[in-house]
Design a protein around this ligand. Structure first.
Ligand code: NDP
Ligand code: GDR
Length: 324
């Protein structure tokens, strides 16, 4: 990257955006611009600690508004954009399929168009997802060559964005790399996602602040890693001289029940006494099992995950206990 690089991060108020902005700001030659959308009450809790940095600036725009993105790209002339903004909660994509298509699918194309029009040499990172793989044979492992079988409007929107990224790369010669990231979690994860919901409930139940935990299916499997590690992979990908797509995953999977069991054991409780299954958290179509093969990332980026499943659960439950 050139000296005094300008980096635009969309989705900066989210889990990954906050870790990414923090890591980028550690490099004194980088200025970070965080895209935020207008809301009646700003939600800057994840980036509160970096708001005062001189090299960090918030810019107002919306991923669904192409004109705002063209304006921002013309003004800032970013060297690099990480496109992390999306409607990222899978269940919401069934109740708001059109909004999800706009934010998660068209939103990415808006970024590509703004770059094509206003700053065509800018590199772009596109946040693709393991949800694109969707329904796969039991015990299969997914890599960059695995076919997609999306199972939700969210996953369909991500497939659209992913294929458009490849299309813009091949037809307009834009530098776009897609990170196909498997589930990654942290104490900054949104409270609706299953890992944070479980960690928080285990801590609260152990302190007498909550009596039960309502969940959907316990028998689905995910390849869960630590968000900080996955953001490192994004940064490594953007240091390459040619664009390329990478699967980022730990290579081991666990069930929702494993996550529940280990979280409750951490606080000295038996989960079976507190967990109730609730149809409200079942999905119209499920992705039963995902597990990624990140060999390409290991070989070409030198990337490996540093946080085990057990350490991730411990970190999240401890954080919840500390916050009570
Ligand atoms: P979060 O849900 O935590 O953050 C999403 C971000 O997108 C928020 O900053 C949100 O802003 C912003 N956003 C949503 N809609 C708009 C909009 N219309 N205009 C501008 N900004 C918008 O997601 P994560 O940090 O977990 O994920 C980052 C990206 O990676 C997402 O694209 C997600 O789909 C993808 N992904 C995530 C994985 C994971 O396991 N975490 C795995 C694979 C892919 P606001 O705060 O205002 O709502
Ligand atoms: P996911 O994450 O859909 O994989 O998408 P989530 O944590 O929402 O669900 C994981 C699995 O847990 C099951 N589950 C429940 N999920 C939620 N949220 N709440 C519950 O009560 C519950 N009970 C069981 C789900 O059915 C599912 O099988 C995440 C998001 O970050 C996406 O944006 C990202 O692209 C993918 O990970 C990779």
């Amino acid at each position: 990257m050139t000296q005094s690089a300008r980096v635009l991060v969309t989705g900066v108020t989210g889990q990954d955006g906050s870790f990414l902005a923090e890591k980028l700001l550690a490099d004194h030659n980088i200025s970070v611009y965080g895209l935020v959308r207008r809301s009646s009450n700003p939600n800057y809790s994840r980036i509160q600690h970096i708001l005062e940095y001189e090299r960090f600036q918030l810019v107002e725009g919306d991923i669904t508004d192409l004109s705002s993105l063209i304006q921002i790209c013309s003004d800032i002339k970013p060297d690099l954009i990480y496109n992390l903004a999306s409607q990222s909660f899978v269940p919401t994509s069934w109740t708001q399929p059109l909004f999800t298509a706009q934010a998660t699918g068209i939103g990415a194309v808006n970024v590509f168009e703004a770059v094509r029009i206003a700053c065509p040499t800018c590199k772009i990172y596109q946040a693709s997802s393991s949800e694109m793989f969707g329904l796969q044979p039991e015990n299969a492992i997914q890599n960059e060559d695995t076919s997609f079988y999306p199972r939700s409007p969210y996953a369909c929107a991500k497939v659209f964005a992913h294929q458009m990224a490849i299309n813009y790369r091949e037809s307009h010669n834009l530098f776009i790399s897609c990170g196909i990231l498997f589930n990654h979690e942290s104490e900054r994860r949104g409270q609706q996602f299953v890992t944070r919901k479980i960690a928080r409930a285990a801590a609260r139940i152990s302190k007498g602040l909550q009596s039960t935990l309502s969940l959907g299916r316990l028998d689905t499997y995910r390849d869960w890693g630590f968000a900080g590690d996955y953001v490192d992979a994004m940064i490594l990908m953007m240091r390459l001289n040619t664009p390329e797509d990478f699967v980022i995953a730990t290579g081991s999977k666990h069930s929702v029940q494993d996550f529940v069991d280990y979280s409750f054991r951490m606080v000295g409780l038996d989960w079976k006494e507190f967990v109730v299954q609730d149809p409200r958290f079942m999905r119209p179509a499920e992705v039963p099992s995902l597990c990624g093969d990140a060999s390409r990332a290991r070989e070409r980026l030198g990337w490996t995950p540093t946080v085990s499943f057990e350490s991730l659960v411990e970190r999240m439950v401890e954080s919840e206990l500390n916050s009570i």
